[in-house]
Design a protein around this ligand. Structure first.
Ligand code: HEC
Length: 189
């Protein structure tokens, strides 16, 4: 019986708290908060036109969208040493980050090794991804020529192009990747 009495005693104050809550929701005190919804929570910043331009430049698998410029294996080796080696290791062997080289022919084995060379179906993706996302500590900082040169170097390390080949919008789009047939091309159906 004492439990019932206890609850009855609480009912009054509880209802008061609830109704106060409702009242304060209906008309909030003037804290400046009411202007927030129209302006957002004040997080982030508006993307500038130049940032949008740098991000909005996807390259299609057939090479559509590849920019002017070019790069050689030798140039790529230099850029790689300065901007990639610390994370991807000597000659793209990996560590601490992903290996970029090797594993070709390993995909059907019990220990598949997925790299640009063994797995990626299009060389144009290498250009797009590298220019957009790498180096991981300074994405979108590479020039188009640097990106062509890095693509050439990584493709060369994988044995996909010859040392003297120059990568540009034409040649890169024509590179035939070892795992090209490992994907189903739904657009061709
Ligand atoms: C600070 C470390 C760091 C640096 C420097 C760096 N990378 Fe990376 N890279 C990474 C990490 C981490 C990943 C994996 C990212 C993920 O899976 O989301 C990666 C992934 C990649 C991949 C995709 C590999 C795959 O098979 O999925 C490529 C290609 C690549 N990096 C190229 C480069 C090139 C070229 C440079 C030099 C311009 C570079 N990276 C510099 C850390 C780095």
């Amino acid at each position: 019986m004492s439990t019932l009495k206890y609850r009855t005693d609480l009912a009054g104050p509880l209802m008061l708290v609830l109704s106060l809550g409702l009242v304060s929701c209906a008309s909030p005190p003037d804290s400046g908060f009411s202007t927030a919804p129209s302006q957002g929570p004040g997080l982030g910043r508006v993307a500038s036109a130049s940032l949008l331009q740098r991000m909005d430049r996807s390259i299609m698998s057939n090479g559509e969208g590849l920019p002017a410029g070019s790069g050689t294996v030798a140039q790529g080796e230099k850029v790689y040493a300065a901007k990639c080696l610390s994370c991807h290791g000597d000659k793209g062997q990996g560590r601490p980050a992903d290996p970029l080289v090797g594993g070709i022919g390993s995909l059907k084995t019990e220990r598949p090794i997925r790299t640009v060379g063994s797995y990626w179906p299009y060389a144009s993706t290498l250009f797009d991804y590298t220019r957009r996302a790498m180096p991981a500590n300074a994405p979108m900082s590479l020039s188009d020529d640097e990106t062509y040169a890095l693509s050439a170097y990584i493709l060369y390390l994988n044995g996909i192009i010859a040392e003297k080949e120059i990568m540009n919008a034409n040649t890169l789009a024509q590179v035939s990747m070892p795992n090209r047939a490992g994907f189903i091309d739904y657009s061709a159906r």
